[in-house]
Write a protein that binds this ligand. Structure first.
Ligand SMILES: *[C@@H]1O[C@H](CO)[C@@H](O)[C@H](O)[C@H]1NC(C)=O
Ligand SMILES: *[C@@H]1O[C@H](CO)[C@@H](O)[C@H](O)[C@H]1NC(C)=O
Ligand SMILES: *[C@@H]1O[C@H](CO)[C@@H](O)[C@H](O)[C@H]1NC(C)=O
Ligand SMILES: *[C@@H]1O[C@H](CO)[C@@H](O)[C@H](O)[C@H]1NC(C)=O
Ligand SMILES: *[C@@H]1O[C@H](CO)[C@@H](O)[C@H](O)[C@H]1NC(C)=O
Ligand SMILES: *[C@@H]1O[C@H](CO)[C@@H](O)[C@H](O)[C@H]1NC(C)=O
Ligand SMILES: *[C@@H]1O[C@H](CO)[C@@H](O)[C@H](O)[C@H]1NC(C)=O
Ligand SMILES: *[C@@H]1O[C@H](CO)[C@@H](O)[C@H](O)[C@H]1NC(C)=O
Ligand SMILES: *[C@@H]1O[C@H](CO)[C@@H](O)[C@H](O)[C@H]1NC(C)=O
Ligand SMILES: *[C@@H]1O[C@H](CO)[C@@H](O)[C@H](O)[C@H]1NC(C)=O
Ligand SMILES: *[C@@H]1O[C@H](CO)[C@@H](O)[C@H](O)[C@H]1NC(C)=O
Ligand SMILES: *[C@@H]1O[C@H](CO)[C@@H](O)[C@H](O)[C@H]1NC(C)=O
Length: 844
């Protein structure tokens, strides 16, 4: 008892000492500081990250003044050689080994044999000096020597000595070398029979610290290394690159361009070009044969010669660009891997949606700056995927249907696939409506086009890819959900009406063909090669497809009711209940307290469990248990994995799809577990935003936060932007519940560590503005304004009292207060149908 009293006294003291109302910054435009989009379409690099070979004044490409020169000496093909009878001895030799069935030697002699494919390798990793002594049968006269080393064994510090008949004399020394070709010019010619190389430091790389010398040439050989520069555009961007060439040597020097979203996959080949999807045009780099006269070049899909030589890919999504003087073997009739090129500017014509502060119809800000960054990073990621569908810039795999050409669409990713997919839109569509209302048309264009391409059996294709032929099992249901979202966020019902017949056809004709008669559940047969969002082979009765089917039936019923098709609505809601019951009867795994992934299996998945909670299939006990199971068994520092074991494929229990994590996050907020939702958000979005290229969110995350499909991975995918809708819906606490916010809910989650949030959303009736503060003494204050034509339900935690505009509508000491306008639950009090206008709700 005593302890208890002391505790209460201490708590009282603490709360009195910090009773100040949580500070809501007065600057209501401060959210604009988080906007990531460029302010104009013409973008230039922000930094030169490195150069190799002879590049002068590369900084001109950043500063915009002056000219950068790339200059590469003609590639050397003949080299000085030692007289026959010359021998070589080394301090040690690594001997020989067998690589791919062939014996390879590492003797000293390899350094004087004129063969660039063999090399001397010392045998003492990290121990110095390493010496190589060359003895000629008679004196040779030298201007200097040239050391050609192997890229993973470059001598960094070394000395060259010559023998004068009685002594070794130093002829030159080098420190800090990092090139494979390194020259030592002698002060004057030296005649000698012996030359000695002494290495005192070699490059330290992953495979040991060794001196690896392909040749030590008796003479000076020009450095013909590739002249190249790596430019950084500062963030992931998309569009057409232009280069302003202001002069070049008259040998058509070749310029190669390699693009990459990350430094990890920046090589001499782009991390992705259409050639990766079967296009024959480029070989992974864009190539230019630079003319002597000044020329402004703009990247366009096509080739300069014969339709197949000196080609470029056109549009790119990337952050980094490597520019090199080089050519491709297939192009060497038309360009030369040497010469000089003067460049006055490199710029990008940014083609995606330009999300400036003025274009935001909705915004969000809170006391947690990391959450604010995720919200605007999600908005930017999505903007990068909103672009015109042009035959030259979309996926090469038969996606170029003329029915979409010229329309603005919501693509899946900026770099690839560059095709709109309807499952992706279940998340990216919400992000569109909540950030830029004027992008709703880009979503509608995709939904309508896929509806127009419905198969005669009722199935709706997921995308235009393969001429509307990708057999996905789950995406037809996302089409239904996405059409309801379109109505919910825009209030625009009329454009949906023409597709009602497609909806009936899908649910009433196609679904029965994929239904199991014994259980009534959807059964994905393996005979039709069905895939899903992860293109993984899950067959039979899968919880995810069935839970998603229930969600689609519920949304279809809402559409039907709006269109006065009430008998369809009743039928579909009845079916939703039947399927929900069958899911609970067949797929609930009481041994762990979560739904199994497949009937009869032991794996548990994020998709089926999350959507079962959202669709109300799981009761409150099941919901808490299933989400708790996933938190305990799938959490990684880079998010929550989508499977709890690897039985679906190697690495699947490490793989995180931010796409499907959206439904897990939504479910956590729905059951009131905002702390676990925010913990998952910080792990997943924190990992991506802190990784290269920063800002934009990835298609998939693999083991230890890696890009799950290496270079091919899209690091800018709209389906991974679900953090934006969950923050608006639950942390700000504003959510449409009826078409065009005709009815909406206000229910901030009041997460533990946040003291305030505010934001705005556009509706067809006008803007809704909302802000809340949470004080140390548990006073929660919500202030909002809503336009005529809207009605709000406001839900706040059940404390001692709840007031609306100063009138106490419920209090714990007077249970009769309130009346019709108030619904009281175990933990919450809801103010029903609050009229439009300016209001303050206080719970304390
Ligand atoms: C409000 O914040 C924005 C964005 O940080 C800033 O540009 C602006 O100057 C601020 N306005 C005032 C009055 O402080
Ligand atoms: C590099 O190129 C510049 C001209 O751009 C030239 O003046 C200079 O001699 C070259 N340097 C070397 C080491 O080749
Ligand atoms: C390019 O560099 C070479 C030396 O490597 C030099 O001789 C030549 O003058 C340079 N070209 C120009 C245009 O500066
Ligand atoms: C190699 O060394 C030169 C001279 O110190 C430096 O400018 C260059 O950046 C280095 N290159 C690499 C790839 O480290
Ligand atoms: C290239 O573009 C720049 C900037 O627009 C312009 O000043 C220049 O005249 C153009 N050069 C050519 C050869 O068209
Ligand atoms: C940028 O690209 C768009 C789309 O292809 C094109 O319409 C526009 O003219 C381009 N702008 C410039 C400055 O090249
Ligand atoms: C566009 O789609 C229609 C209908 O599926 C098909 O007949 C036509 O061949 C497609 N066009 C192209 C260019 O793929
Ligand atoms: C549905 O019926 C109601 C009542 O008859 C009518 O007011 C409304 O306009 C109808 N809606 C549609 C979409 O036809
Ligand atoms: C939820 O469903 C489970 C499994 O069917 C059942 O055991 C439990 O009683 C239900 N709980 C509630 C609160 O309805
Ligand atoms: C709140 O913030 C503290 C301090 O950063 C942290 O330790 C704690 O885990 C956070 N709590 C939640 C629920 O996020
Ligand atoms: C508020 O909730 C009540 C009870 O669920 C419902 O009847 C009413 O339509 C809701 N109003 C709004 C504006 O959402
Ligand atoms: C309790 O609330 C009712 C309804 O608002 C009100 O009429 C009554 O006076 C209140 N009683 C007390 C003791 O405050």
């Amino acid at each position: 008892m005593k302890l208890c009293y002391l505790g209460e006294a201490a708590a009282l003291l603490l709360s009195h000492s910090s009773l100040a109302r949580a500070a809501l910054p007065s600057n209501t435009t401060s959210w604009q500081q988080y906007v990531y989009a460029p302010s104009e379409r013409r973008l230039t690099p922000v930094a030169v990250l490195s150069t190799t070979g002879n590049v002068t004044n590369a900084e001109a490409l950043v500063s915009g003044s002056g000219i950068a020169t790339f200059n590469r000496t003609a590639v050397q093909t003949s080299f000085p050689s030692w007289p026959s009878g010359t021998t070589a001895q080394a301090s040690s030799e690594a001997g020989s080994n067998t690589v791919n069935g062939a014996t390879r030697t590492y003797y000293a002699n390899n350094a004087i044999d004129g063969d660039l494919t063999t090399f001397w390798n010392d045998a003492t990793a990290g121990e110095y000096p390493d010496t190589l002594t060359i003895t000629a049968p008679s004196a040779v006269t030298l201007d200097g020597v040239t050391l050609e080393s192997v890229s993973d064994g470059v001598p960094v510090d070394y000395t060259i000595e010559t023998w004068d008949g009685s002594n070794w004399n130093t002829a030159g020394s080098v420190t800090g070398n990092n090139g494979t070709r390194s020259r030592v010019a002698f002060d004057s010619q030296i005649s000698t029979t012996q030359v000695r190389l002494t290495v005192t430091q070699a490059q330290s790389l992953g495979n040991g610290e060794y001196s690896r010398v392909a040749e030590l040439w008796p003479g000076l050989v020009a450095d013909d290394s590739v002249a190249e520069a790596v430019l950084d555009f500062g963030q992931n961007v998309v569009g057409f690159l232009s280069i302003e060439f202001v002069g070049a040597s008259n040998n058509a020097p070749g310029i190669e361009l390699a693009f990459s979203e990350s430094l990890e996959y920046l090589t001499d080949t782009s991390d992705f070009t259409r050639s990766d999807n079967g296009d024959k045009i480029t070989q992974g780099t864009d190539h230019i044969a630079v003319p002597e006269a000044p020329t402004n070049w703009t990247d366009a899909l096509g080739c300069t010669y014969n339709g197949e030589q000196v080609c470029s890919d056109g549009l790119h999504g990337f952050r980094y660009l490597k520019i090199s003087i080089d050519t491709l073997a297939s192009d060497d009739k038309y360009s030369t891997p040497s010469g000089w090129v003067d460049i006055a500017s490199v710029s990008l014509n940014f083609t995606a949606y330009l999300g400036t502060p003025a274009s935001y119809s909705g915004w969000f800000e809170s006391s947690d700056t990391a959450l604010n960054q995720y919200w605007y990073a999600a908005a930017y990621t999505n903007e990068m995927t909103i672009d015109t569908f042009l035959l030259d810039t979309v996926d090469v795999r038969n996606t170029g249907n003329q029915t979409l050409e010229g329309k603005t669409v919501l693509f899946d990713g900026s770099k690839r696939d560059r095709d709109p997919y309807v499952g992706d839109i279940a998340v990216s569509g919400k992000t569109s409506y909540l950030s830029h209302q004027d992008t709703a048309g880009a979503v509608y264009n995709v939904l309508a086009d896929l509806g127009d391409h419905q198969s005669s059996n009722g199935w709706i294709p997921p995308a235009s890819l393969f001429n509307y032929g990708v057999n996905l099992f789950d995406y037809p249901f996302w089409w239904v959900v996405s059409f309801w979202d379109y109505i919910l966020y825009t209030g625009d019902v009329d454009p949906v009406r023409p597709y009602y017949g497609n909806l009936q056809n899908l649910l009433d004709n196609w679904v029965p063909t994929v239904t199991d008669s014994a259980t009534g559940l959807l059964n994905k047969s393996d005979s039709q090669g069905w895939g899903d969002y992860g293109f993984l082979s899950r067959y039979g009765i899968v919880t995810y497809y069935n839970a998603l089917y229930v969600l689609a039936l519920q949304d279809a019923a809402k559409i039907a009711n709006l269109l006065n098709e009430t008998s369809d609505a009743e039928k579909w809601l009845q079916q939703a209940d039947t399927i929900s019951q069958a899911i609970n009867d067949n797929l609930w795994d009481a041994s762990v307290g979560a739904y199994v992934d497949e009937l009869g299996g032991t794996r548990h998945a994020q998709d089926g469990n999350g959507i079962a909670v959202i669709a109300g299939i799981a009761n409150s006990t099941q919901a808490a248990s299933a989400l708790g199971y996933l938190a305990d068994n799938t959490a990684k520092f880079w998010g929550n994995a989508f499977m709890d074991d690897d039985s679906l494929g190697s690495g699947t229990s490490d793989r995180v799809y931010a796409f499907i994590s959206y439904f897990d996050l939504d479910a956590r907020f729905l059951i009131g577990d905002s702390d676990s939702a925010l913990d998952e958000i910080h792990r997943l979005y924190g990992t991506m935003i802190q990784s290269d290229p920063g800002i934009t969110f990835w298609e998939g995350v693999g083991t230890n936060g890696s890009a799950y499909e290496q270079a091919f991975t899209s690091r800018c995918h709209g389906w991974s932007t679900g953090v934006l809708p969950v923050l608006t819906h639950y942390v700000l606490g504003l959510k449409a519940t009826g078409p065009g916010y005709e009815t909406f809910s206000i229910q901030p989650a009041f997460p533990t560590n946040l003291t305030w949030a505010r934001g705005q959303e556009a509706t067809p009736h006008g803007d809704i503005y909302l802000e809340w503060t949470a004080d140390d003494d548990n006073t929660r204050t919500i202030t909002f304004s809503s336009p005529a034509g809207t009605l709000a339900n406001v839900t706040v935690p059940k404390a001692s009292s709840v007031s609306l505009d100063g009138d106490v509508l419920w209090s714990s000491s007077n249970q009769t207060s309130g009346g019709d306008g108030v619904a009281v639950g175990d933990n919450f009090v809801t103010l029903i149908d609050v009229a439009s206008g300016n209001h303050t709700v206080v719970s304390k």
